[in-house]
Ligand binder design. Structure first.
Ligand SMILES: Cc1ncc(C[n+]2csc(CCOP(=O)(O)OP(=O)(O)O)c2C)c(N)n1
Length: 423
């Protein structure tokens, strides 16, 4: 079998030292660059470990963003930030990426100290729309003209902060662009009512068509482009309202564009150009495939979300994983749950990381994935506990910080804990 992932095939990528080098490429060259970036990331992550599937999914999107917008003047905020490898490669850190997950190596998330193109340090989920709106409001106060773009996954959109920010941004009439990177996955399959709503939108091909015709019109008559964008936005809204009367994003004040194939650079660039000219908050619904271009990751996006060094040909880890605390916890919980029917498990989108995958298989009705919503997880557990159920809510300590108030106020101070029925 030919190993296409050998570094030797990479030519164009070696010439990319800043986003300016990407802007001048033709669409054909950008496609070649996308292939090379994928091979490069797969090779590095297979050796060092890292976030693979999410990065492979945003290669074209990142190329398109850097083709249309100008960082650092324009601000791109990457939600969570685990998908910023392509951005780092394009913004002059191609060689440094080889040292990711090594001592003194480059960070796996945006770092303002690392490069001015990283405009905000991220890590915890669902913050990007708040940050973007803050930066957009600051821009307006300073009477500047730059664009502000939040790139948020459908998983991160399940977090309360993201919804709080959408609520504020939609009403604000502020120029801010939200790119919804919808791959139908959080770390594992995405869940929730919003996800059901998105799945209805995913099939609405008509929107793409009307967007593209709008773009062609604008492209053909550049001098009156702005006027046409305004006309398109008015008519599109009314057509959409007829087709889907309950168009959530539009109803809360966003201009919705999409859904668009997130692996089609040309279409992405067209929509990004339009979004730049529209007034007020815009949401572009981008459909991507997690793990795109590496079949094993496409088929197992959850396993390849974040991975230790692995064999490229087989996808198998180089070192067999020994038992960890999460597994010990998960096994013990299963033992306890077999004896006590009141025990339930709750995860905030991290069933594998917190050792609950087996629990879900054994007790599907007593397992709850509630989205990336640690605060809700804790207060919902308090409600269960008060009614005699025994909830376990394993959270990584870092993410548990989100729910301190809920632990203190909704559980501890008010003693909303299990009563004697639980014991
Ligand atoms: C508050 C918080 N909880 C949990 C996580 C762990 N986490 C990192 S990425 C991720 C899934 C993100 O899914 P999505 O936003 O759809 O991005 P994708 O990886 O699918 O591109 C989770 C749960 C986190 N970063 N922050």
């Amino acid at each position: 079998m030919v190993n296409i992932y050998k570094l030797g095939v990479i030519n164009l990528l070696e010439k990319i030292n800043s986003a300016k080098d990407v802007k001048i490429l033709t669409i054909k060259e950008k496609k070649t660059l996308a292939d090379e970036i994928r091979k490069y990331i797969i090779k590095i992550v297979s050796e060092n470990g890292g976030h693979l599937a999410s990065n492979l999914g945003v290669v074209e999107l990142t190329i398109a963003l850097h083709s249309i917008f100008n960082v650092p003047e324009d601000k791109i905020i990457w939600d969570v930030g685990h998908q910023s490898y392509v951005h780092k490669i394009i913004t002059g850190r191609r060689e440094e990426l080889k040292n990711i997950r090594k001592l003194n190596g480059i960070a796996g998330f945006p770092k303002t100290k690392e490069a001015q193109e990283d405009c905000f340090n991220t890590g915890h989920s669902s913050t990007s729309i708040s940050v973007a709106l803050g930066m957009a409001r600051a821009r307006d106060i300073k009477e500047e003209k730059n664009s502000v773009i939040a790139v948020i996954g459908d998983g991160a959109l399940t977090g309360g902060m993201a919804l709080e920010a959408l609520n504020d941004a939609g009403y604000s009439k502020t120029d801010v662009i939200v790119i919804l990177n919808d791959n139908e996955m959080s770390i594992s399959k995405n869940i929730g009512g919003l996800n059901l709503f998105l799945s209805k939108l995913r099939t609405k091909k008509l929107y793409t068509k009307s967007n593209i015709s709008g773009k062609k019109l604008v492209g053909k008559i550049p001098l009156v482009g702005n006027l046409i964008v305004k006309m398109v936005q008015k008519t599109k809204r009314s057509i959409k309202q007829l087709i889907i009367p309950k168009m959530f994003f539009e109803d809360i004040g966003f201009r919705y564009l999409g859904p668009v194939d997130g692996h089609d650079i040309e279409k992405l660039e067209s929509l990004l150009k339009i979004s730049k000219q529209l007034d007020g908050p815009v949401l572009i619904h981008v459909l991507t495939k997690k793990g795109k271009g590496y079949k094993i990751a496409e088929e197992n996006p959850d396993k390849f979300h974040a991975i230790s060094p692995f064999n490229i040909e087989t996808g198998e880890p180089k070192k067999e994983k020994s038992t960890d605390y999460s597994k010990v916890f998960g096994n013990k919980l299963i033992q306890l749950a077999q004896k006590n029917k009141k025990i339930v498990a709750i995860t905030a989108s991290m069933k594998d990381g917190t050792g609950l995958s087996e629990f879900q298989k054994k007790f599907p009705k007593r397992f709850f994935d509630i989205g990336i919503a640690e605060q809700h997880a804790i207060t919902m557990a308090a409600g269960m506990a008060k009614e005699g159920i025994i909830p376990f809510v394993p959270l990584y300590s870092s993410f548990y910080q989100r729910a301190y108030d809920q632990v203190i106020h909704d559980i501890a101070i008010r003693r909303n804990t299990c009563n004697n029925v639980c014991r």
